[in-house]
Design a protein around this ligand. Structure first.
Ligand SMILES: Cc1ncc(COP(=O)(O)O)c(C=O)c1O
Length: 430
């Protein structure tokens, strides 16, 4: 892994040299074996990291070592490899906690992904605390993972959902949020970074506003933890959910962070082995946190991979990652309109307000067709509604194509995208 080296992107495309970002993405790329291949006769240009990131060798090797050398269940085996598996699993929890500056590793509950983390809160905290007429405030830009669980909750508990609207360029209307807070909601739940528009929301400010009226705050950090420095203590939220697979870790890894007193007061979500202390035929006592929320055999190898991914990103430095993605977004927002006639871009124009996500459309060409033709050139972008159908409705868009970045993305990838989109236009007679 290349850390703290001078960037040298002169070789990585015809674009101008990038601003210094504290590491060299062209060197970091070498840590990702999947990127060393050709697709349809072209080098793979992977621009779908918001959907799922690629995995560095360090993560792949950590999982391989677990399965080859100490594969065993955790918290059970009174033998050497079982004890090693338990120690590594709990170490992974400590690394994950450190990565988001959680004050206590016991506040990290391992889940399969952000979706499961949000559902855990909706089922456990939500079914205990949301009653008839209670409001839950969301936003118009939520991923379905931070929308549908709350729809089910308020339907069941006869509660009410309210939504913070967005401006046409995808920024939350905090003036309307202020008004919605007069409803004294029990919970405000919103995404830290929009997976579709890239908008970085002012979490700290929104948490202060929500807490001032007694609401708890859940932040969906699925697009933030992999891309920007996250300090859960500094942000001040009550619940913070994220997925491992978007932050260089394996599929099936993820976490919920929540304040200890909330987790301790919440009833279990899933029930069975691991989450109990004592079981009798008609009643059981539950384990301490976080294990109270980890029923059944956990995804041990995936959790170990998550810990290594957190270390890997931590070694690069999340401020450097953010700086790198700001540079790529700035470059993409300049180059795409200059080189691809008629392209429509969505989301905030100010790179300060925006993570490494660039949604776009070529007028008259369906985004699925755009993605299919780009694939002929080895370029992978997402096309569709990106699990934000209400946001697309709000923007009056049926679908969009989306390019998204990670530590291994380069200006060369954006140059390839620009060239690929011109080819798409040529294929469709533009
Ligand atoms: C903002 C946001 N929230 C939640 C999710 C759900 O993540 P997962 O499918 O890993 O649970 C995603 C995935 O794209 C996302 O972008």
């Amino acid at each position: 892994m290349a850390i703290e080296t001078e960037p040298d992107l002169a070789t990585d495309g015809p674009g101008p040299a990038t601003t210094p970002v504290g590491f060299d993405p062209a060197v970091v790329r070498r840590d990702f074996p999947i990127l060393q291949q050709e697709i349809n006769g072209h080098p793979l240009v992977y621009l779908d990291s918001a959907s799922s990131s690629q995995k560095p060798t360090a993560v792949l090797e950590a999982m391989d070592t677990y399965y080859r050398q100490y594969n065993a269940n955790v918290h059970r085996g009174i033998y050497t490899i079982g004890e090693k598996a338990t120690a590594e699993y709990e170490q992974a929890r400590a690394k994950t906690a450190r990565f988001i500056n959680a004050p206590d590793a016991h506040e990290i509950v391992f889940t399969r992904n952000a979706t499961e983390a949000i559902n855990l809160v909706a089922y456990s905290w939500g079914r205990t605390n949301i009653n008839r007429g209670d409001a839950v405030v969301l936003t118009e830009m939520e991923h379905h993972a931070n929308l549908v669980p709350w729809q089910l909750l308020v339907q069941e508990r006869d509660g009410d959902l309210e939504f913070i609207p967005i401006t046409d360029d995808g920024v939350l209307r905090l003036d309307v949020f202020e008004v919605l807070l007069k409803l004294k909601p029990k919970l405000v739940a919103f995404t830290h970074v929009s997976n579709t528009l890239g908008t970085i929301n002012p979490v700290r400010e929104m948490v202060e506003m929500a807490h001032a009226v007694g609401a708890l705050v859940l932040v969906d950090g699925a697009q933030a933890v992999p891309h920007v420095p996250v300090d859960v203590q500094g942000l001040g939220a009550d619940f913070y959910a994220f997925s491992g697979h978007k932050m260089l870790a394996p599929m099936g890894s993820g976490a919920l962070w929540a304040r200890r007193e909330l987790l301790e007061a919440m009833p279990p979500f899933l029930a069975g082995g691991e989450m109990i202390r004592e079981v009798h035929l008609r009643r059981s006592d539950f384990n301490d946190i976080p294990w109270k929320f980890e029923a059944g055999t956990p995804a041990v190898g995936d959790a170990i991979g998550l810990g290594v991914a957190a270390e890997y990103l931590g070694a690069i430095g999340m401020s450097n990652v953010r700086e790198h993605e700001r540079d790529l977004v700035t470059y993409a927002l300049e180059q795409l309109p200059a080189r691809v006639p008629g392209i429509e871009l969505y989301g905030p124009l100010d790179p300060e307000l925006r993570g490494g996500v660039v949604p776009f459309n070529l007028p008259g060409i369906h985004p699925h067709d755009v993605a299919q033709v780009l694939d002929r050139f080895g370029i992978a972008v997402r096309a569709g509604h990106h699990c934000t159908m209400p946001l697309h409705e709000r923007l009056d868009l049926a679908a969009t194509a989306r390019a998204s970045f990670q530590v291994y993305s380069t200006r060369g990838d954006i140059d390839a995208l620009c060239a690929g989109l011109v080819e798409v236009q040529r294929v469709f007679g533009g």
